[in-house]
Design a protein around this ligand. Structure first.
Ligand code: DQA
Length: 145
């Protein structure tokens, strides 16, 4: 099965970006860890995409149809603003898990609302980079059923 891991704006700056909130691990390190973890399952392939542009993320989700079996997405700031990404996830009907490194419920009020989460199977937030591994675990278990 093929899983697409999408990261939104500013996630490319992980490592140096507000390390007290997001940790010191880079996106490349996280992607390597996800890749390693994916090998513990049989027949799971992961691919990665990061963009700072809403439309590019919408295009990627639209083009995922018939290619990927599942999506793991951290829409980053677009979580709180993007009807377009929420609609794209619904449109392609690919099982999708939303990830946040930080616990968005314990931060500023504007982060407490996710426009994209209702289009997803579920959301994992607050566990740092391990959230991506947990998301992969949940998605693979669901898709194997
Ligand atoms: C984030 C939380 C968002 O509110 C923020 O805009 C991000 C990262 C997280 O992973 O905790 O860029 O999605």
């Amino acid at each position: 099965m093929k899983i697409l891991v999408i990261n939104g704006p500013n996630i490319n700056l992980l490592g140096t970006r507000e390390p007290e909130i997001y940790g010191t691990t880079t996106l490349l390190d996280i992607e390597k860890e996800i890749e390693e973890y994916s090998k513990t399952f049989q027949n799971v392939q992961v691919e990665f995409f990061q963009s700072n542009h809403e439309g590019d993320i919408v295009d990627k989700i639209q083009n995922a149809k018939d290619i990927y079996d599942g999506i793991i997405i951290n829409p980053a700031a677009y979580t709180h603003t993007s009807v377009a990404i929420a609609d794209a996830i619904k449109a392609v009907n690919i099982p999708t898990v939303e990830i946040h490194l930080s616990n968005i419920q314990s931060r500023e009020d504007f982060r407490k609302t996710s426009l994209t989460a209702p289009s997803c199977m579920g959301q994992i937030a607050g566990f740092g980079k391990d959230g991506y591994l947990a998301g992969l675990f949940c998605l693979v278990k669901y898709l194997e059923k």
